[in-house]
Design a protein around this ligand. Structure first.
Ligand code: UFG
Length: 326
């Protein structure tokens, strides 16, 4: 297939590009390099340095590359930041997606895969959270992803675009050649590893009074290569199927304190930690029930345990202490 990947220079998108190329697909990347890194893009992919807000430029890429499928990773993605900048999240995440989807349908794209999020499930009735759980976005970020899911629903109804919404829980870990390098970094595992590298004095634990076994937030960490595999499987499934919604996680929850303890074991560093206030927008517990994608698409994670996920991140961060600048 000919796949256009937005955000293909970013943390998850760059690994998906590698998986697509390994699977024999032709790939082009659109990235503004707002968060992404040009060095993270596979040499076999065409690269367009384009902002999704630039409707004409996006249409130009469609006309030149002529994709039959799109994977849409490019987005503002931080729950905490979205509580401070709701209009940026709601406006730009939806506005950019509208530009992309309109250009896609104008230019014969048949399949679309969206990076959606566990932040759709702020008040789950059951944990682990299944794909059928009721949707209550937990932040402007989650709401923006839900709006894009609805955009895809109506584009399917009116224009026949097939789509998959993949609702990830906490993407983590690194492939041997692609890492996690955000500026600023806000994610737990890379921050913990920065402490182990001596780049940060300590890690702050945001909230110790949640209704969880040790009082810190519980998350379901999923390896970035397993996420990439899910994207490729969903793309292939959309040849037969019209609309897919899947939750993606390993089905086990780990608290912030357990993640720090695992990183101590993996790195052999003491990793000092300190309790701090809760971070606005954080739900107490997010654990995925991924039975649906396992049964329907045969998705099988290669890194189902936290230790191997943290180890893969440590291997990359240790080899690239300054991220892609190393
Ligand atoms: N945390 C800390 N200290 C830190 C950083 C994070 O205690 O210095 C905690 C957070 O409060 C949270 C947990 O570690 O409880 C994980 O936080 P991350 O920032 O690593 O990830 P989030 O759960 O906030 O968000 C991630 C993605 C979102 C996605 C969400 C789905 O960034 O895009 O997972 O679960 F929506």
């Amino acid at each position: 297939m000919r796949v256009l990947v937005t955000g293909g220079a970013g943390y998850i998108g760059s690994v998906a590009v590698d998986s697509l190329i390994a699977g024999g697909h032709d790939v082009a990347v659109i990235d503004s390099l707002y968060m992404g890194h040009r060095e993270a893009v596979n040499d076999a992919a065409a690269f367009y340095h384009v902002e999704l807000s630039d409707k004409e430029a996006v249409a130009g890429v469609m006309k030149e590359f002529r994709p039959d499928s799109i994977m849409h990773f490019a987005s503002h993605t931080m729950v905490g930041e979205s509580m401070e900048k709701p209009f940026m999240y709601l406006g730009e995440n939806l506005g950019n997606a509208i530009n992309l989807v309109e250009a896609a349908t104008d230019n014969g794209v048949e399949r679309f895969i969206l990076s959606s999020t566990a932040n759709l499930f702020d008040e789950p009735e059951r944990i682990p959270i299944s794909a059928e759980e009721k949707i209550v976005p937990g932040s402007p970020y989650g709401e923006s992803k839900y709006m894009v899911e609805r955009l895809l629903h109506w584009t399917h109804v009116t224009k026949g675009l097939r789509f998959a919404a993949l609702r990830y829980f906490n993407a983590a870990g690194c492939s041997p050649i692609r890492g996690e390098d955000h500026t600023p970094e806000t994610h737990l595992i890379p921050l913990v590893l920065q402490v182990a590298l001596g780049q940060r004095e300590k890690i702050m634990i945001f909230g110790g009074d949640y209704d969880t076994p040790d009082g810190s937030c519980v998350r379901d960490y999923i390896h970035v290569e397993d996420l990439a595999q899910a994207h490729v499987l969903a793309l292939e499934a959309l040849q037969e199927r019209e609309v897919l919604f899947y939750n993606l996680g390993n089905g086990s929850g780990f608290s912030v304190k357990e993640v720090i303890e695992t990183a101590r074991e993996v790195t052999g560093h003491a990793i000092p930690a300190e309790l701090a206030d809760r971070r606005p927008g954080d739900p107490a517990t997010l654990i995925a029930d991924s039975t649906k994608i396992r049964e329907e698409l045969g998705w099988t994670p290669k890194y189902p345990d936290l230790r191997s996920i943290v180890q893969s991140a440590w291997d990359w961060h240790n080899a690239h202490p300054e991220g892609y600048r190393s």
